[in-house]
Design a protein around this ligand. Sequence first.
Ligand code: SF4
Ligand code: SF4
Length: 296
Amino acid sequence: MTAVKQLCVISGKGGTGKTTVAASLAALAPAPAALADCDVDASNLPLILGACGRSRRPFEAGLVAWIDPQRCTGCQRCIELCRFDAIVCEGSGCQVDTLRCEGCKVCSIFCSPEAIVMRPVECGEIFVSETVHGPLTHARLRPGRENSGKLVSAVRDEALIQARSRDAPIILIDGSPGIGCPVIATLSGVDLALLVTEPTPSGTQGLDRVLRVAEHFGVPAVACVNRSDLCAERVTEIESLCESRGVPLLGRIPFDRSVVEAMVALRPAVGSASEAVQTELRSLAEAVFDRLLDGH
Ligand code: SF4
Ligand code: SF4
């Protein structure tokens, strides 16, 4: 079986151009790749890569209470016990507000007639689509639903199945911004993390935060600066931060309107943006994939 190397592209904050970079890396991968979009709250890699022909399956995680009207006596004991005010008893009987229910099971344990059943809750959907750069696994978390970290793990599991079934030695993951559960689930067990930042105060802070997370989980990291020509002072700050933490800064992608135009046209920057941007992206991709596949 082909050994699979996993690369994730993440950023400590939104708006740094993470997905722009990820889409171009997908187009520049030196070997077949399985792709995964782990930004389950706002998946947009499928749009940029023109994903089509998707299969879908529901994603269930956690439990919510359901009251069997045939068994419920209307005693209202469950209302007293529910700390989340998730149960309402009115004329037609008792019902659970599934958005408020935390699945703690207290009501079901103390309901004498055993009228309350805990049911799995459908939190979202997982899709497998085709793109010209390889199969893309992505997902949609339903509004108000939790378990985004579990959904990310499920997307990664499916991407691994896709990689193995197609003999693809690379999994390329577009992560979500920030440092929360979805990012931790994205980082866990990958071989390399590419941290995308920008030359702004929040860009530097975001890089520092996400780098701490990568360090905590022992994931090797490299970095790149997007829109690098917008503030030389901030780029110097980012260079110092990377040097002090032993993180190779592998790319400096200049700002160019052609990148915005490529995004608006739903195309990867590689193949669409100015030559200066494409040259930087190719150089970045070569350096990143060399490290991923050769381990240095
Ligand atoms: S505790 Fe059980 S029987 Fe009583 S109101 Fe709640 S669901 Fe109905
Ligand atoms: S499972 Fe917990 S949160 Fe949900 S309705 Fe019952 S007591 Fe309330």
